[in-house]
Design a binder for this molecule. Structure first.
Ligand code: ADP
Length: 394
């Protein structure tokens, strides 16, 4: 069964064509920096690697370019679009409606649209991906895999907000959690690698969106993102934790409209708001040149992660491992070093030489004396999606 997996991030589309159940990767790629002047497309098959630069304004244009590559006479991997039997879509917010992988129907699309209010950076892109895929692959089954599903195990003490009960019971205002396929994938890898000593782990997903999960006995028990993907860590353009009374101050005393506040906290804050750059590679390059804003922003970013490590170690009454994953977690030795610095109280001691090494797979970057394992595990949300889509349809 050929399954095309589409993972539309906030500024990227990752795609993989996979044969299941053999888990054979036919091709993969990434459209990066969508919305920027120089978006790039990377496309890789067993025979060739291609990189193009284009002006790609939105997810729809990006996905059309991907399909052109799949069908390309010289470098393509399919002759006709109906060779693809299933398209598996990552969908960020499934609210309380979806705790499992689901076949997409018009009701499912309506729900994804409804939850766009709660995930404005993601659900619209996800839905766009579904609509374009339905047009291009009319005979394929379309399946949605929700980021919120893995976090259904978070207990009430962690998922309820201290606001009147009716808002939870009647309106579903609670922690939902996100990046579930990534946290699930890397935690399962870590548990398999560290067996039997991996009952208390913290997964740290650092991409444009960033989140951490406390995983106890393989289950998500707490998570930094909340009702929407805005809470917790400092992200590419999202503030993460702030005192909510700042919103009242902006509206009541500084004449912001609510829409302006939303844009400010969602699109203009985080690393972008602190430095003028959203891409961590640019921020690291400026910091190396001595830019004070960039140095402070990196320090603030790492400090926020440290605080959540402490908090989740307390929640689990111990810690066996921390896992770094996603674009920044896998590639930025700078952030990993800043996070692990002065954490010996928790039993975390980083091996600086191992931290600098690069490799494709899972790697351990703690010293031999470190009580807590520090792992870098490349996330593979696409494989997790393919597995779940295959399980649903077979
Ligand atoms: P998303 O899927 O949320 O769009 P990714 O997981 O692709 O995000 O991560 C994007 C982030 O990863 C960007 O901030 C980018 O700067 C960062 N990144 C990618 N490669 C590197 C690298 N070599 N060093 C530092 N940061 C990197």
């Amino acid at each position: 069964m050929k399954i095309l997996i589409i993972n539309s991030g906030s500024s990227s589309i990752k795609f993989q064509l996979m044969d299941m159940p053999s888990e054979t990767l036919i091709c993969s790629g990434l459209v990066e920096r969508i919305g920027y002047q120089f978006a790039t497309i990377n496309y890789k098959t067993g025979k060739t690697t291609i990189q193009h630069t284009h002006n790609i304004e939105n997810h729809k244009q990006g996905l059309r370019k991907v399909v052109d590559l799949l069908l390309d006479k010289e470098n393509g991997v399919i002759a006709k679009t109906d060779e693809i039997e299933v398209v598996g879509h990552r969908v960020v917010h499934g609210g309380n409606s979806f705790s499992d992988t689901t076949l997409i129907t018009s009701e499912v699309k309506a729900k994804i649209q409804q939850y766009a209010a709660l995930a404005p950076l993601h659900n619209p892109g996800n839905l766009e991906g579904i609509l374009v895929a339905e047009e291009i692959f009319p005979s394929a089954k379309q399946v949605a895999i929700f980021d919120t599903a893995f976090h259904q195990t978070i207990p009430e003490k962690a998922k309820k907000y201290a606001i009147p009960n009716a808002l939870y019971e009647e309106h579903g205002i609670q922690v939902y959690g996100f990046h579930g396929t990534s946290h699930q994938y890397v935690s399962e890898k870590a548990i398999a690698y560290l067996k039997p000593k991996a009952t208390k782990i913290i997964t740290i997903h650092l991409g444009n969106g960033c989140s951490m999960t406390a995983v106890k006995d393989g289950k998500s028990i707490d998570h930094t993102l909340g009702f929407t993907p805005s809470n917790g860590l400092i992200m590419g353009s999202r503030s993460g934790d702030i005192d909510h009374a700042i919103i009242f101050h902006l509206v009541n005393n500084l004449n912001y409209t609510l829409d302006e506040v939303k844009t400010l906290l969602t699109n203009k804050s985080g690393m972008l708001g602190l430095t003028g750059h959203m891409d961590l590679r640019d921020i690291q390059a400026e910091a190396e040149k001595g830019d004070k804003d960039c140095i402070l922003a990196l320090t603030m970013n790492a400090y926020r992660i440290k605080k959540y490590i402490g908090s989740y170690a307390a929640a689990m009454n111990g810690l066996d491992a921390i896992i770094f994953t996603a674009g920044i977690g896998e590639n930025s030795s700078v952030i990993r070093k800043m996070v692990c610095e002065d954490m010996d109280f928790f039993g975390i001691i980083l091996d600086e030489a191992k931290n600098e090494l690069r490799s494709e797979g899972l790697r351990e970057i703690n010293t031999a004396s470190s009580k807590v394992k520090v792992l870098v595990i490349p996330t593979n949300e696409e494989l997790e999606i393919a597995k779940q889509a295959f399980e649903l349809l077979s």
